[in-house]
Unconditional design. Structure first.
Length: 264
């Protein structure tokens, strides 16, 4: 009788452990805290709008070809220094090539958006739309027609707006009860006077010496992805500083940059 009771207790305990594991596996994912993936990032669980645990942005009409989101992806307010993703990724990773989902472990083994066989599989594609936005984090999380802007759309924003640098105080999450100052641009349309704010959120980059990712230039510089691939293992981005520098350039796809969505 004692053996039977003991066996029953062990069986029930085992069932509870399995149920707890299943509950954890099926729970919602916070892209800022975890990276649910297998095989070093190659099989990321694709997110859905139901997983997006942040306020939805407003679509601001600046009189341009697309409407711009009122805040960055993974932000709760217009001025935020959160939300960094590698190009074509869904989740916050170490920003190293071993975790990058669109390669096989190195910058020489790209699986998409590549025209040079020295960098992996060649498909001669440059834009997320060429794979029906499968790799566009803005489309995955926000749904609808939201997406990451093209390089041409960033240039349209630069050319058709006035840019005024301003500082904003926001809560410092690392020191409860205090604030920190974040720089950024108030971007005002020359066409209809509407405006958005682009914070200088900085970026996330892997440090090979420390074997970990680190946050750089927060509150000082802005780095925003375009949906446009560049040569080699790079992608195009929009970069700005408080000194009037605004450039479209390239950087490594595995780095973590901000995303400001647009919608048609």
């Amino acid at each position: 009788m004692k053996q039977y009771i003991m066996h029953s207790i062990i069986k029930i305990a085992g069932m509870l452990v399995i149920a707890a594991m299943m509950g954890t596996a099926c729970s919602d994912v916070n892209p800022e805290e975890t990276d649910p993936q297998d095989n070093n990032g190659k099989n990321e669980v694709k997110p859905t709008p139901a997983m997006y645990d942040y306020p939805l942005p407003e679509a601001v009409d600046l009189g341009l070809s697309v409407k711009w989101a009122s805040m960055n992806l993974f932000s709760s307010e217009p001025v935020s220094v959160k939300g960094f993703l590698p190009w074509g990724a869904y989740y916050n990773t170490s920003c190293s090539w071993r975790d990058y989902r669109l390669c096989e472990g190195s910058e020489k083994s790209l699986t998409r958006y590549n025209s040079d066989k020295a960098y992996g599989k060649v498909d001669n594609k440059k834009e997320f739309k060429e794979y029906n936005y499968e790799d566009d984090a803005a489309r995955a999380y926000l749904g609808g027609k939201w997406r990451i802007p093209t390089e041409a759309e960033w240039k349209e924003l630069i050319d058709n707006c006035t840019w005024k640098w301003k500082y904003t105080s926001i809560p410092d999450t690392s020191k409860p009860g205090t604030t920190t100052t974040v720089g950024g641009y108030q971007v005002t349309s020359k066409i209809n006077g509407a405006s958005i704010i682009l914070p200088a959120a900085g970026k996330k980059k892997y440090n090979n010496d420390k074997f970990t990712a680190e946050f750089l230039y927060q509150g000082q510089l802005g780095f925003y992805w375009t949906s446009t691939a560049s040569s080699g293992a790079n992608a195009r981005m929009f970069h700005f500083s408080g000194y009037g520098e605004m450039t479209l350039r390239y950087t490594l796809r595995c780095e973590g940059l901000s995303i400001r969505p647009v919608t048609d």
